[in-house]
Design a protein around this ligand. Structure first.
Ligand SMILES: Cc1cc2nc3c(=O)[nH]c(=O)nc-3n(C[C@H](O)[C@H](O)[C@H](O)COP(=O)(O)O)c2cc1C
Length: 222
């Protein structure tokens, strides 16, 4: 287990706020699964060195200007690339528009994955591409995306369920002490998740494999 309360951090880069909102959903799910604090930080203001203190770094970005990174992230990437994240897990998500930009859909995920390879972080949270309709993406590797694609422009109704399923996958692949891994933490995290669910008024219980449920994240959607 990592340092208490330092399991995970969510960093995002946004132009119009969509990616910041999705980052909050991701953080809410992580909190529900892991317990403790999960900060969400705008990449424009983050101290890159601080990120190395977390077991899991989640980075989300929109794709902008047809296949480009948002400017804040482009500026910050040289510092992020220089981090030593060996032994840490990295998970990526991207916001994009598969109908408007089908040839560069969530390219930012692919660009960031390539650039951050130098950190030595282990990439977790690949995501099936079959569920989307696009022709090309730098995020695509052998039928999978290198991270979660969220399309709030065309499929906003799928965002919460996608985020929920993806975060569960990320936690499992990152071997973080959430539900279903370490017994003592398992009890704690399960209790907190149940509490979060009650607070959200969803009342969901144990999830069967592959069965969608109303995610904690749903209540954070605006
Ligand atoms: C000028 C412009 C260019 C865009 N280029 C792309 C693109 O190349 N690929 C993509 O998937 N989405 C693209 N988008 C869609 C945005 O990534 C999407 O709307 C995203 O949710 C915006 O996130 P934000 O609100 O965090 O800035 C573009 C949007 C605009 C307005």
């Amino acid at each position: 287990m990592g340092i208490a309360g330092r399991h995970a951090v969510v960093v995002y880069s946004t132009l119009f706020g969509t990616t910041a909102r999705v980052a909050e959903l991701v953080a809410a799910e992580l909190r529900a699964l892991l317990g403790g604090r999960v900060p969400t930080l705008d990449v424009a203001y983050v101290d890159p060195a601080e990120l190395a203190g977390y077991d899991l770094v989640v980075l989300g970005a929109c794709t902008w200007n047809v296949g480009q990174l948002p400017p804040d992230l482009e500026l910050r990437l040289p510092q992020l690339e220089a981090l030593d994240l060996r032994g840490k897990a990295l998970a990526l998500f991207g916001t994009g528009d598969q109908a408007g930009y089908p040839d560069t859909f969530v390219d930012a995920i692919g660009i960031v994955a390539d650039r951050l390879e130098a950190t030595g972080a282990r990439l977790v949270g690949r995501w099936p591409a079959a569920d989307y309709g696009f022709s090309a993406s730098l995020a695509l590797r052998g039928g999978e995306l290198l991270g979660l694609a969220v399309d709030e422009d065309n499929e906003p109704e799928l965002t919460a369920v996608r985020v929920c399923a993806w975060v569960e996958r990320v936690v499992a692949e990152a071997s973080l002490p959430g539900r279903g891994s370490i017994a003592s933490d398992d009890n704690r995290a399960t209790g907190e998740r149940a509490g979060a669910a009650e607070g959200a008024g969803s009342g969901h219980g144990t999830r069967a494999e592959g069965q969608a449920l109303r995610p904690v994240a749903a209540d954070h959607l605006g």
